[in-house]
Structure formats: structure tokens, C-alpha cells
Design a protein around this ligand. Sequence first.
Ligand code: GTP
Ligand code: MG
Length: 273
Amino acid sequence: MDTNVQKRRENKKSLRVKVISLGNAEVGKSCIIKRYCEKRFVPKYLATIGIDYGVTKVQVRDREIKVNIFDMAGHPFFYEVRNEFYKDSQGVILVYDVGLRESFDALDSWLTEMKQEMGSQANMENIIFIVCANKVDLTKRRVVDESEGRLWAESRGFHYFETSAQSGEGINEMFQSFFSSITDMCENGGKRPTPEVSVGFTKEQADTIRRIRNSKDSWDMLGVKPGATREEVNKAYRKLAVLLHPDKCVAPGSEDAFKAVVNARTSLLKNIN
Ligand code: GTP
Ligand code: MG
């Protein structure tokens, strides 16, 4: 075969991509990457200083993908070093520790930092995001459950995986899905393909479940003022019941949210004449 034709064919099949890892310090970003690339786990914490860079080759269908991995330091101290590296990423691994709520709450601020640093280039639509709920092996200290993490991720169109760099759970599946989605995106002209099946729930449902989880008391949960009348409580309850009824809502955590709303209404009505 003509060597030029052969070369062109090979070029079409090989792909170079850039991925970055984000999340608070000590959540396990480096260990997740190490588990995948080196098949080992290091229990001792060695903070990443600024950035760690590595290259790995993976096979997705008939394509060879050369993946450049930029493993970011999570510590705020390294902001000046890592801010250079956000640009031109095709994929982002967002990591939190299921035993540390603040690391989950911080995911929004990681997205904000990324958007800020990418400036006018910030087209977050055409980047594949994968969320790792990490350290699931430490079941006793878990404080962020699966439905909460999944809801946060899926309501933004991100993939969600439960992982443990220690046991290896979920790591290969997560990377396979990550690289295959990035390849799909590259084959789609660099645009994130619209999912064939929608997530099956609305943003209003996702936001309501989140609000219910974070409510401070039963009044707050139903979204009425303390001292509201029986009618006001019932009206608010009916609205939420229609939105979250398990027959109608498949969002992660909807069943618990629905039960919490039923209980809140019962306890409020007991004390209203
Ligand atoms: P920075 O580089 O400072 O941003 O931290 P990092 O997110 O890269 O964390 P790293 O991977 O260095 O892991 C932090 C600590 O958590 C280390 O002591 C790891 O051994 C531990 N660790 C990481 N993943 C897991 C896990 O899945 N399970 C358990 N039990 N420990 C983990
Ligand atoms: Mg690290």
C-alpha cells in the first residue's frame, strides 16, 4: 500500500487528548490515576506539588488514544501553578471524598475556578466531565450518599462513578466510560453529542430535591413561612407531591425527598388548628 495512504489511515485512527483532575486536596485524585496507570495504591499521602504530568495510551474501539493527564494539586496554595493548565482540556475528572462533605460542596467552586481560568475559551459544553465519589471503601465514615452525588452530577449532564483507589472499585469502568465519551466527542467534531436518552428528570425536580435535603425545618422544607395556615401547608404539599411522586419522578433521591415532605406535612398539621 502507498505509505502516505497508510500514514493517513493511521492518523485518522490515533487521537491525542488532554484530561485534568480537579477536587480538594487529599480526596484521592493522584491515587485514582495511579491505580489506573500503575495498578497500585499508595496509602501514604504525598501531596501533589502544583501539577503532575503523565502520558498513557488507551485503545477505544479501533482508535489508539494518547492521553495527556494533568493531575492538579487541590491545595489552594497551588492556585497560581495550576491555573495555567485548564485550557484545551477535553475531559475533567472531578473528585470528592464521600467521607468529607466539604469536598463535595466544593465541586461547584472547582467548576467556577475552571470557567474563570478558561476565560473567553470557556465552552464547558464541549468537555466531558466525570464525577468520582471516591473512598467508598471507607463505608463507616461515609456522609455523602450515592443519590446525592449522582443527582449533582447527572443534573449537569456529567457522568457519575463510585470509586475506591484503595480497592480498585469502579476505577477501570470510570476510565473506560471517560475515554469512550471523549472519543465520541472527538468523532462528533469536538462537540459533546446530545445523549440518546435524556436523564429522565427535570432541573426543577433536581433543584427541589437538593433544597429539601438542605432545609432547616419542616416549614422550610415545604417552602412556607413559619406559622402558615393549614391551607397554605396543604397547597405547598400538593405542589411538591406532584413534582416528586415516585410514580412520576426518577431523579436520584426523589423517594426519600417525597417521604420527607409527607412527614413534614404530617408534623406541621398536627400543630395547626
Ligand atoms: P492533592 O494532590 O493534595 O490535591 O491530593 P489528592 O487528591 O491527589 O490525594 P491523594 O491521591 O494523594 O490521596 C490522599 C490520601 O487519601 C492518601 O493518603 C491516599 O492513600 C488516600 N486515598 C486515596 N484514595 C483512597 C481511597 O479510595 N480509599 C482510601 N481508604 N484512601 C484513599
Ligand atoms: Mg495529588
